[in-house]
Design a protein around this ligand. Structure first.
Ligand SMILES: *[C@@H]1O[C@H](CO)[C@@H](O)[C@H](O)[C@H]1NC(C)=O
Ligand SMILES: *[C@@H]1O[C@H](CO)[C@@H](O)[C@H](O)[C@H]1NC(C)=O
Ligand SMILES: *[C@@H]1O[C@H](CO)[C@@H](O)[C@H](O)[C@H]1NC(C)=O
Length: 486
């Protein structure tokens, strides 16, 4: 009997022990990521949902075809796998705030290898900490409101010169068809080159090179003749040569001037970057790579914003007449023929800036970006494992009823009152917020002013589709019928 009891007790103890072990294992397992990853489909190994993602991206329906259906099934935070990387897609102002403001602490920006190689491994895109801060502070000084004041008449005269030459003068009454997108792109490029980097001359050639580089930015890194990456790499070599020459000449000039007088206060972005180089704070390749990055960042995005602003004006005649009033009022104050705009004039273009931001809300030039978790990140009740990618998009707030009532409707008045931070993210946010925000604003407002006050215009193809490769653009280049106003 005693033996039987002893055996029973032993068995019970054994069983409880096993049970305890199982329980502990269970708890340990639930503490691992498996239980706390967001819902979502990872798809097949490596390929995952890459095809769906790219198909939607190309049609510029990333939100409608990829994100929205997954939000519907899984919620605002979900997992997927894109191009071999397990990725968490996040949506909403809280997500934007969390991931954009924790740059460097919890996440770092993560670009495809091709983009890094073509933009340059030494640009601030790839830098964090002190090196990022240093270049960034040079940019903010130059591209801040005061730094830009002197640029307004300059930008104005570059744009006016181009329009007179290519769109027709007020004494020629012929109608022309021009590509608005191409014009805006070329002009934003010229403004950046001339006003920030004191470049002129080789414009057209350099512009074509930048176009070729862009075509390779999101292509596979293949070093074989004929591939778009290879063509882009060769174009980049040409750009590099031009810029190296520019930087070296500037350096010589600055050295000479310094020996003559110590109060040389040339304030262009180029002089400031070269100045930092002379002081040994940054290297020559860093200067070149940052110039490449800045020219890219400036022209491809403002041009799309400009194109979409005109598209929306054309589709909303009521808004156009309000906008036109604003500009006619500014113009009527100008007495001299061909007088340049000033910063004061630009600050009066409030309604135009509402229209532009509303257009950017509906058609963000940069749809969002990838980050990489540098540690396990807790967000929205889930754990994002170290090394995984995070994708935040502008659509997550711009197209959400939660932040914008009737979100797909065009209504510039939404921007009459200040918008909460991280809701309108057309220019990003956090430590990597667009440094060229003010310059982009000037570019857009001055261009709109000069076009609407000097030309009658209409879209040739009101239904033109927007495609992406790798940035969004109007598929036909947005042909516009223009004729000079008398
Ligand atoms: C407009 O600004 C440009 C560049 O600063 C200058 O060359 C031009 O003379 C100005 N035009 C007028 C009419 O003041
Ligand atoms: C434009 O907006 C600024 C600041 O938001 C304001 O101070 C100014 O009065 C506005 N100007 C006009 C013409 O409405
Ligand atoms: C453009 O789209 C509208 C509505 O989507 C349609 O009614 C119109 O016929 C289209 N026009 C052309 C030229 O395709």
């Amino acid at each position: 009997m005693a033996d039987y009891l002893r055996a029973l007790v032993a068995a019970l103890i054994g069983i409880s022990f096993l049970f305890l072990l199982l329980l502990l294992r269970q708890r340990k397992k639930s503490r691992s990521y498996e239980k706390r990853l967001p819902p979502g489909e990872m798809g097949f190994p490596w390929i995952g949902e890459t095809l769906d993602f790219y198909r939607a991206l190309q049609k510029n329906t990333l939100f409608e075809d990829f994100i929205a259906p997954r939000i519907q099934t899984h919620g605002k935070t979900f997992k997927t796998r894109i191009m071999g990387s397990p990725t968490i897609v996040v949506n909403g102002a809280e997500a934007n705030r969390f991931f954009l403001s924790n740059e460097f602490k919890l996440v770092v920006s993560s670009w495809p290898a091709s983009a890094v190689q073509l933009m340059g491994v030494n640009s601030i895109m790839e830098k964090s900490g002190e090196q990022h801060r240093l270049v960034r502070s040079i940019l903010t000084t130059c591209l801040g409101n005061t730094g830009l004041e002197a640029l307004v008449p300059k930008i104005c005269s570059v744009v006016k010169g181009h329009l007179d030459k290519n769109w027709g003068h007020c004494n020629q009454q012929d109608e022309k068809i021009i590509s608005l997108y191409k014009t805006a792109k070329f002009l934003s490029f010229r403004v950046t080159c001339e006003c920030l980097f004191e470049m002129g001359g080789e414009d057209e050639v350099l512009f074509e090179c930048f176009e070729k580089v862009l075509e390779g930015v999101f292509s596979p890194v293949v070093h074989l003749p004929g591939t778009s990456f290879w063509r882009a790499k060769r174009a980049r070599a040409v750009i590099e040569k031009v810029l190296l020459k520019l930087v070296r000449e500037k350096r010589l000039k600055m050295m000479e001037e310094q020996t003559r007088s110590s109060s040389s206060l040339s304030l262009s972005l180029l002089s400031r970057l070269v100045g930092a180089m002379v002081r040994g704070e940054i290297t020559e390749v860093e200067v070149v790579d940052n110039i490449v990055l800045l020219i890219f960042a400036a022209h491809d995005t403002s041009s799309f914003a400009i194109a979409m602003t005109f598209k929306m004006l054309s589709l909303n005649p009521h808004c156009y007449s309000l906008l036109l009033q604003e500009h006619n009022k500014i113009r009527s104050k100008k007495t001299k023929e061909g007088e340049n705009l000033t910063m004061e004039d630009v600050t009066k273009m409030n309604y135009t800036w509402q229209v532009a931001r509303e257009s950017i809300r509906l058609f963000p030039p940069i749809f969002g970006s990838f980050r990489r978790a540098i540690t396990d990140v807790n967000f929205d009740g889930f754990t994002i494992p170290k090394g995984w990618k995070v994708l935040w998009t502008a659509y997550g707030t711009h197209f959400s009823e939660e932040y914008f009532k009737d979100p797909m409707r065009f209504d510039p008045k939404r921007f009459e009152d200040p918008i909460s931070p991280y809701v309108f993210v057309g220019f990003g946010g956090g430590p990597r917020v667009c440094a060229g925000y003010q310059l982009a604003k000037l570019n857009i407002l001055i261009f709109v002013h000069l076009v609407v006050t000097r030309y009658d215009w209409s879209l040739v193809q009101p239904n033109e589709t927007i495609v992406m490769d790798p940035l969004p653009f109007p598929s036909q280049g947005m042909p516009l019928k223009v004729s000079p106003k008398i």
